[in-house]
Design a protein around this ligand. Sequence first.
Ligand SMILES: [Fe+2]
Length: 582
Amino acid sequence: MSVTTDTIRDTHMARPDDEERDYERAVKTWSAGKFDDWPNEAGFEGLTEIRGPVELKVTGSIPTWAAGTLYRTGPGGYTVENTPKGTFKTTHWFDGFAHTHKFDIVSDPNGPKGLVRVLYSSRHQAEDYVDAIRQTGRLPRLSFGQRQDPCIGVFGKLMSVFKREEQQPMPASANVCVTVHADLPGLVTKTEQTTSGHRTRSKALFLATDASRLQEISPDTLEPIGLAKQQILHPLLKGPLSSAHAQRDPETGDLFNFNLDMGLYATYRVFRTNSTSGTTDILATISALDLKPAYIHSFFLSPSFVILCIPSSHLGYMGISVPWSGNIVDAIEPFDRSKICKWFIVDRRHDRGVVATFETPAGFFFHSINSFEDYNEFTGDIDVFCDVVEYPSTDIIRAFEMDVLLNNQDKEELYLKDEQRIRNCLPRVVRRRFRVPAEKTGKIPRIAETIFEIKAPHAGELPTINPDYATKRYRYVYSLANRGYSTLHDIIVKTDLTTRQTLCWRGPKGHTPGEAIFVPRPKHARDGDGDGDEDDGVLLSVILDGFNKTSYLVCLDAKTMQELGRAICDWAIGHGFHGLHI
Ligand SMILES: [Fe+2]
């Protein structure tokens, strides 16, 4: 199948009319299996820990108002040599060993006006976890998707299922590296405890994953300093699973998340931790005979509601499949269209619990993008809009296995040569409207209305927005899209959700972008330069140059998607998940 060059690959700007054409070309290009990136295992192997800080060479210009600290977290190593069972190899991208990176972007007081310096440091956070693998050849804890050792046998599996967790685990004994959070309420942190006898509001930094466990790390040295469970926030938050993407109310700073407990029934407890008092309230306890436990990576927060969507990623045997399989991926039941998505709208203003339920067709998502509301003053109804990066099946979860990403041993061909599976692995941004009546509805679920869908590569994964627009009506989403030239992502795309026009940044062949974090231009820095629009800011993204086995931090003008400057590393930074700019 020939591929013409007139695609989003070669036009930095794409029109809405091009969506279907670019989607079909991405399918065909991906099917051809000629990838530009991952020519070697850069980004996966030999990743360097640099406790630094070391100064990076800066080219171009990074605005002084983007000064601050950018934290990035993700996997930074995938193999352990010399275990009793030989070399241990991680089989899923999400199970690589935690490695967090820090870019300090600072104004240079001695340099010319407007010049910034970038200092870099990094640290592994799972050294005790890796040591345990070195001693046994096995993972010491449940994983996301590590294929089971076939030699473990039924007895070994039973022992794994009933293994008790240690009471006071070492800080580096868990592998937590999906999201970064600052100053989580409700936790008396190790950072605070060590500050002269009484609590102070020192900055504290936490790493989170889709388990109910958090790891505290030093915001300065990145050293792991403590592990905590959600249960210390509230005794009922005792389930093992949660969302890596806890959300904060943009005005109050209150924290929202859910905890999933499994047993005879699945029980989802949606909770709020007050940012001032540190107390935690259970906003809703959601449990029913026909409600399954599911793997859920994120949820939605609107001004009035917490919106929990239970997608089609159901965990088998009411969740017992997770400890039995040793991982979440193998515990997910086969996808089928009968496993419709169930939505629960939970009141967070007046504590009325679940006020409405909805259903949408079967599917899966990792990432919510944003949620906002329209209030009807005549009826009292509230229209809740939820934007999400969605897939038509759960196939994408296995597309992140290492063999698939690295195109190893023809596994990628086996998994992604099938055109339907490629279509299932290309995401789309979907906006849905949920009409929530003023009065609580009965138990009969309502049908949500789909407002629009924007297919890849006009939108992609790891979505970000201007953080000032969280829970508000907004226009732009920044994400990583795959035009079929990568096994993962190959461009950063800015999607205008109003006009459906897109702009993209692409690097040279083999340059793979990471999540693009939006830093808004502050008011004091406008001074005739910026316009204060939603897209008046910069994007910071760590790019992996697979050919040279190096990485760089690129700074893009979010309005034009043109590069302003970059800070260059002489080493590769593992292709990570999420980050935080403070
Ligand atoms: Fe995520």
